[in-house]
Design a protein around this ligand. Sequence first.
Ligand code: FAD
Ligand code: NAP
Length: 316
Amino acid sequence: MLDCAIIGGGPAGLTAGLYTTRGGLANVTMFEKGMPGGQITGSSEIENYPGVTGEITGMDLMMPWPEQCQRFGLKHAMVEVMKVDHNDDGSFTIHKGDGTSEDALSVIIATGSTPKRAGFKGEDELFGKGVSTCATCDGFFYKGKEVAVIGGGDTALEEAVYLSNICSKVYIVHRRETFRAAPNTIKRVMDTENIELILNATPEEVYGDKMGVNGIKINTPEGLLDLQVPGVFTFVGMNVNNDVLKKEDGTFICDVNEAGEVIVNLRMRTSVPGLYAAGDIRIDAPKQVVAAAGDGAVAAVNVIPYVDEVKNSREK
Ligand code: FAD
Ligand code: NAP
């Protein structure tokens, strides 16, 4: 029986791993389906993690985190978790993608979030063939070429600036006239010569052939615009990864809000004793690395006395 199972190895899960093990829990496993580090490893630049100055990528930031946790005994299982069950005796069963399962006295859910699809025609069919949600991963394919970026948040604008250093021109297609990105990022976009804004505009259809994308048709106030670009990057927000908390009947093992975000209190406790949530998955998450790391620490320091109490009561 694990003292604690941590599901997800992004900033929240890794920090929870550091604090639970360093805080004295002997038997903690972090289940991560990919390489640890989380979604920030796909970011071209992070400039708001406290104490980290200079231009660094998300990958650079996260590189040392797993090693630091392992020094204190965190075990890492590279496997997808399919489902978490809450058992009658208060423990949890972690069902893994390889068909096996493990039991745990407590669980910290830190599965984060995933980019949303914008929902225009052709997006799904051409995903990975010219439609992308990762500029760091795919930007280089469009070196010296023109690309379109869809969205008006921090991710869209930051990644547009990144792409402007590789591509000959970047069109930002946004459905409103004002952006929700940070003022500093908006200024960087405005100051970049090879970024052109297409505002009050919504994508109608991305089109292409078996070689990939050939262009995107956009509804604008002036009529339908046909942008002949080989790359379309969509950054239209995130969905929380809450599937592991779903029961067979589609309801959740703990309370969630209408967006599926896990409801927690200030200790990152969910409605189920022993189940904690941290990072982007929780209600009101500011969706920042520093906040996710903070949540992981808060969850961990509260899990430790919970596990001690359960162990003591089981020994009696
Ligand atoms: P994630 O980072 O999403 O990590 C969750 C982890 O759980 C992933 O590694 C995933 O593989 C794993 N996982 C999910 N489901 C399962 C499962 N079923 N089984 C096993 N493993 C699973 N924030 C900033 O502060 N500054 C920035 O400049 C910034 N830039 C960003 C740029 C981009 C392009 C993006 C996408 C995000 C950016 N963010 C930034 C936001 C930041 O990355 C997130 O807020 C943060 O990573 C959330 O951390 P997390 O640990 O909650 O979740
Ligand atoms: P976001 O803030 O939710 O922005 C999504 C953008 O996409 C919005 O501009 C939205 O338009 C647009 N959009 C949504 N659905 C659309 C659709 N179907 N078609 C066309 N456009 C659509 O998402 P995000 O930029 O990914 O950011 C997610 C979170 O991470 C935010 O909290 C953000 O602050 C944080 N983050 C922070 C940093 C940083 O601190 N540097 C970097 C990246 C992300 P509207 O504006 O009209 O709604």
